[in-house]
Write a protein that binds this ligand. Structure first.
Ligand code: F6R
Length: 610
């Protein structure tokens, strides 16, 4: 987690650093700081809390200079405090760091034994001291960093300044994301693309074990062992406006409303309506590969994991291939049986989640083929995978994922149809229904969005004081119930549970009384009658029912205390419409309570720690 940013060029660095940090604040927001080369040497300003505190500190002190680095922190080692905030300094060296140094205790003991004293509790300060130690033997900044990093185990993306070399920044990376930006007269670095979009869309992604020297005229790239490298820049198609709020109160609301567009962009060019098929030339799997797959393992975390549960149901139903879902953190923590014949699908909005990356890597090493579904082009998971199937949701800034979840569902369904066509498990009529149905979904969502927002706002007025909320669904509505509960927990801090409706009587029914709203997902699918019965059971315990029902379904609506209507779809497509009111429910409760919707406490958007 944490975000880093750097600028070397002909304009003042501080405004660029602050602007970049603002766009990276979703990665961590418990303290922030900048270091700039000024006439007096390296000057540093740090502040605890949100970025605005750093901005106020900088208003007082100013920080003139054209070369600088900045950091926004999500605490791992050491509590949030000014002294633990980055940049960290040792002698002439200042460092910002995203990641975790695993052998930091051993290194700290070694440095302290040879007379170094630390002023913070962080693992990052150790990197600063190691670099300082190496410069003492006469090495330049680049060589000193190379040597210092040879002692370091763990994940890092670092940006370093040295008083001795005021026109340069050195950056290096292992297992944490780092992107460079190049424009006329300036070179930049950042943890993520949106930080650089206002300045350039010519970008270069660093690989693990690489180091780069940044100057105003460009960058020099090499491996940590000194081997020189050349890499062309890549043009990023996202525009800076895509990463702005565009008049919405919060990014989360904007991103919920962007879902029809995110879906359209993700489906574009992939729905082959003439052949009732899916066109996925980029996946890199042949028709023969599709037939040879014996099992699919879907790996992901959090919201992306919920998308994979829907993916599993689709894969089994449409492609008749055995499929399992695993939380990436659990999969990598045990001796999972995986190997040739297995296709691992690693699903990640950021493409950088460490648990998903490591789990997919482990599966690949054991002979499985890995397909990445990610939203960030060139991110770590697609880079390590055998093939990639990108979602095109655009940059997602709200920490709670919404439009990327929607786009992940689309890719998982499209892949299931693609596989089913190749394995001969879906006929033309079924494929036509699905492809045509999917093509209609963006409009069906768009047509109801405003009304749904109004209906949900009204419902939330009556239920905003609830301390616990239960979400129930069966079949494809089960992962949507999980997702509804997760969204509510993360943005409003209300306790919520998502349950398979059939499981209610095995435990959670004990929670029900007149104070617990139960959100029941009731699309008109094969589970409808059984979900109606579960709803009756909840009503009999005096629970208040909020139904997510198909438009015009008077029977279901009569069973509910309050209801929201969603469009009628093919039953395999119901998740695309049922999840929208749940996202809005979480948003409206959070907004009503006045929580920090886009940056909920303790969370970070990209989780690059274990
Ligand atoms: C919840 C949320 C997280 C992420 C999870 C995985 O709204 O966003 O649960 O889904 O941290 O992140 P990615 O998809 O980037 O791997």
């Amino acid at each position: 987690m944490c975000g880093i940013v750097g600028h070397v060029g002909d304009q003042q660095a501080t405004p660029v650093l602050l602007d970049g940090l603002r766009r990276l604040e979703y990665r961590g927001y418990d303290s922030a700081g900048v270091a700039v080369h000024s006439r007096k040497g390296i000057e540093i300003v740090r502040a605890v809390g949100k970025l605005r505190n750093l901005e106020s500190a900088l208003l007082k002190d100013g920080l003139p200079g054209t070369v600088g680095i900045g950091h926004t922190r999500w605490a791992t080692h050491g509590r949030p405090s000014e002294v633990n905030a980055h940049p960290h300094v040792a002698g002439p060296i200042a460092v910002v760091h995203n990641g975790i140094i695993e052998n930091h205790s051993a290194l700290r003991n070694e440095l302290e034994a040879s007379g170094y004293s630390m002023s913070s509790e962080t693992d990052t300060e150790i990197i600063a001291h190691l670099i300082h130690r190496e410069t003492k033997s006469g090495l330049d900044m680049l060589s000193a960093i190379r040597r210092a990093l040879s002692f370091v185990e763990g994940a890092y993306a670092i940006a370093v300044l040295s008083e001795e070399e005021p026109d340069r920044i050195v950056v290096a990376k292992n297992a944490s994301p780092l992107v460079l930006g190049v424009s006329k007269g300036a070179t930049y670095c950042a943890s993520d693309i949106p930080a650089l979009l206002p300045y350039t869309n010519e970008m270069v992604f660093l690989e693990d074990g690489e180091i780069a020297l940044l100057e105003a005229t460009g960058f020099t790239l090499s491996k940590l062992d000194g081997t020189p490298l050349t890499r062309r820049t890549r043009k990023i198609s996202w525009s800076p406006v895509m990463a702005e709020k565009a008049g919405y109160k919060h990014f989360m609301l904007k991103e919920i409303f962007e879902q029809p567009r995110a879906l359209e962009d993700t489906l574009r060019g992939r729905l082959d309506r003439e052949r009732a098929d899916i066109a996925t030339p980029e996946i890199g799997l042949s028709d023969d590969d599709a037939k040879r797959i014996k099992r699919i393992i879907l790996l992901a975390c959090g919201t992306s994991h919920h998308a994979t549960i829907a993916g599993r149901y689709w894969l089994e139903e449409l492609a008749k291939v055995p499929a399992i879902t695993e939380l990436a953190s659990e999969f990598r923590g045990r001796d999972a049986v995986v190997g040739e014949g297995d296709l691992v699908i690693a699903v990640s909005q950021s493409g950088e989640t460490l648990d998903t990356l490591m789990a997919a890597k482990a599966a690949k090493e054991r002979g499985a083929m890995v397909l990445a579904i990610a939203n960030v082009n060139g991110s770590a998971i697609p880079r390590m995978a055998d093939g990639s199937f990108y979602t095109h949701a655009g940059p997602e800034i709200g920490v709670a994922s919404t439009k990327c979840f929607m786009a992940q569902l689309a890719n998982l369904l499209m892949f299931s149809i693609w596989l089913g066509r190749r394995r001969g498990t879906i006929d033309d009529a079924q494929a036509t229904e699905l492809v045509e149905g999917l093509a209609r979904i963006p409009n069906q969502i768009a047509e109801r969005l405003r009304e749904t927002h109004l209906m949900v706002t009204d419902i939330v007025r009556d239920f905003s004081d609830a301390r616990d909320v239960l979400f129930l669904g069966r079949g494809l509505s089960y992962p949507m119930a999980l997702e509804g509960a997760l969204k509510l927990k993360e943005v409003s801090y209300v306790h919520a549970e998502g349950y398979a409706a059939g499981e209610m009587k095995h435990g959670p029914i004990a929670l029900l009384d007149a104070h617990v709203p139960v959100v029941v997902l009731m699309p008109q699918d094969r589970h409808y009658d059984r979900v109606s019965s579960n709803m009756q059971e909840a009503r009999a315990r005096e629970a208040k029912i909020i139904g997510v029902t198909t438009e015009g379904d008077k029977h279901a609506q009569a069973l509910c205390d309050r209801f929201v209507e969603v469009a009628k779809t093919h039953e395999a497509l119901s998740p695309f419409v049922t999840v929208v009111p749940l996202q809005l429910y979480a948003y409206c409760v959070a907004d009503h309570k006045g929580t920090d919707v886009d940056q909920p406490r303790n969370l970070a958007k990209t989780v690059t720690v274990e």
